[in-house]
Design a protein around this ligand. Sequence first.
Ligand code: CA
Ligand code: CA
Length: 285
Amino acid sequence: MKTHILVLVVVFAILITDTAAERRKHKKYRKKVPPSEDISNIEIKSPEEVPHVEVPSETGDKDSLISDPCAQVYCGAGKICQVDEDDEPQCVCIPECPVESEPRRQVCSNMNETWTSDCAVYQQRCWCNSGDARCRGDEYKHIHIEYYGMCREMRECVKEEMEDFPRRMRDWLFNIMRDMADRKELTPHYLEMEREAESNLTRRWTNAAIWKWCDLDGNPPDRSVSRHELFPIRAPLMALEHCIAPFLNDCDKDDNHKISLEEWGKCLELDESDLEDRCDQIAGQ
Ligand SMILES: [Ca+2]
Ligand SMILES: [Ca+2]
């Protein structure tokens, strides 16, 4: 999954820099994605609410793993499992986050504050939700990562850029889908859709859009993409592309914090009649 997201970021960056050239050429061509130093340094994490699996120590033998009450316990982000005095497993706030000195570990929160690591953000949220004195205030109960890297002033996405953004986004989605097909990272179902997109120009953008929407709708797969589910594309791309946040916000036309396939198609300026739910049942599980 991490590799997929990294691929998305690299392809997106390539697309941004190649847009002008592509416009001149018209003709599509396959390009190998060269490694980009800056972008490959971006560390991509899973969505924040995905439960962390506490892996039992490998040094323990089989019996001790079975008897470890924490062995099968899943604690959320910012928490670890500890055994209490009654030998019962408890999820507690992570006592200490690793000391991070590298700037690339920094994250910017939704409160526009730079934190040393994602761990520090989740730890703070855990403290606030468990009444710990180290909580900075009630508002930190809902703190989350807005994007990776230190907080920066986001350039405003001007009207002309916003108008051009759906086209760039469609291009980007198709290029990622093609790249993943080349890497044999698509399920047979999505590979078939990719082949259809290659051979049928009217399906090119729609198939890629449907695939990405299905791909994002995974937690839970309920045929709508929540703000949380957008995290894998929003957080890593925000540092590179200042129009991504306003674009995604704009997609949710009825403001119910979820993006339906219809809304997704509309904001990508696709023909509604071409859009149909073609999510791979297997991939959604
Ligand atoms: Ca969903
Ligand atoms: Ca909506």
